[in-house]
Design a binder for this molecule. Structure first.
Ligand code: 13P
Ligand code: SF4
Length: 348
């Protein structure tokens, strides 16, 4: 089937489903895919849209944890399937960072740290870029999810209650949040997931306000201070926009640190003669750079391969075959705890 025939077939099938179908896509999807999405957003916006949607079927163009989050939010009050379903056109698209934390290891870390925290309550916070069982462990222990867009608000909320936080899996996101909140570097201790007891003693834990799981997004963590120096030398006067998932050494050099949505909005509000160096995933940077003004360049082009796995052929395959391999079903026993974790975030 040629590209035009694929596009026409998608359009025909979409139309036949009408309001019963919602196609969601993350900003890091290819432009070809984005063109067929009813809504495009960052993780937070897409979670909200999935929660509010009444569509019978949601096709999620993104990675696994995003489709899982949508499934968690559309289940009935008992956490059981209710005739609505979530479909992922590229079922192998996962997230290497999400895979750096699993439910069992987070539970073990929680149990160890909770016994050491006899001075203040310990609350887990998980980046929404995490697997369903990780969200379930977080929800079970009274914690909340967060995204790059609302992480600062969520962390600040629990710190203001006097709690200590166990944050997983993105060490850079929480380190940058703590820096923005004015905490010194010593307020963050790192949980080394491959070391016994995370490599942390009771004294180290009690000296910290936040324990950071040692995971990271390989895309955002790859930016270096040298990348910043090169880009600044090439584009003098340009503003550097960096998401908080970049290492602190890079994020602290940025003119603005912001979520995906924040970066898009800053560029949309900018004067036509401004230039922006953007340190995020290349599918999005390319789309921003396609507009004539303002000028947008990449800090260093880097693609998230998992985000790039979704194709128009796969979307058409879902629409034609509704193949079970593409249907995302979180284990029933995880749904209520995982939903508590996500809903605490949505309520904050
Ligand atoms: P946000 O959508 O929360 O900005 O997350 C970025 C990301 O890496 C998604 O995979
Ligand atoms: Fe995961 Fe990073 Fe890819 Fe997002 S960009 S899906 S966090 S690896």
């Amino acid at each position: 089937m040629n590209n035009l025939a694929v596009r026409e077939a998608i359009e025909r099938l979409r139309e036949s489903w009408g309001d019963r179908l919602l196609i969601l896509g993350h900003h890091y999807q290819d432009s070809e895919v984005v063109a067929y999405c009813d809504a495009v957003g960052d993780s937070l916006e897409l979670s909200r849209l999935a929660a509010a949607s009444k569509a019978e079927r949601i096709i999620f163009c993104g990675v696994r944890f995003m489709a899982e989050t949508a499934d968690i939010l559309i289940r009935d009050e008992k956490g059981l399937p209710c005739g609505r379903s979530v479909w992922q056109p590229a079922p192998d698209a996962g997230c290497p960072m999400a895979d750096m934390a699993d439910g069992e290891s987070l539970e073990a870390a929680w149990q160890y740290l909770a016994t050491l925290c006899d001075d203040r309550p310990l609350t887990p916070i998980v980046y929404v870029n995490s697997n369903a069982e990780v969200k379930a462990v977080c929800g079970k222990h009274g914690g909340s999810a967060c995204t790059s867009g609302n992480g600062l608000r969520v962390v600040k909320h629990f710190l203001s209650l006097g709690h200590r936080i166990l944050f997983a899996p993105d060490q850079h996101l929480c380190t940058n949040i703590m820096r923005e909140l004015g905490y010194p570097p010593e307020a963050v201790a790192t949980w080394h997931r491959k070391l016994p007891n995370g490599g942390l003693s009771k004294e180290q834990v009690q000296a910290a306000r936040l324990i950071a799981w040692d995971g990271c997004c390989p895309i955002h963590a790859s930016y270096t201070v040298d990348d910043v120096a090169t880009a600044r030398a090439t584009y003098p006067g340009a503003e550097l926009l960096s998401p908080p998932e970049a290492p602190a050494a890079v994020a602290s050099l940025a003119d603005q640190t912001g979520s995906t949505k924040g970066i898009i909005e800053t560029i949309a509000r900018a004067e036509p003669n401004q230039t922006f160096i953007v340190g995020t995933e290349e599918h999005l940077v390319r789309r921003l750079a396609n507009r004539k003004e303002p000028k947008v360049v990449s800090l260093r082009p880097i693609i998230c391969e998992d985000m790039g796995l979704t194709t128009l052929e796969q979307i058409l395959n879902v629409l034609q075959n509704w193949d079970e391999a593409c249907c995302v079903k979180v284990k029933d026993e995880l749904v209520l705890d995982a939903r508590a974790c996500v809903e605490r975030m949505l309520a904050l």
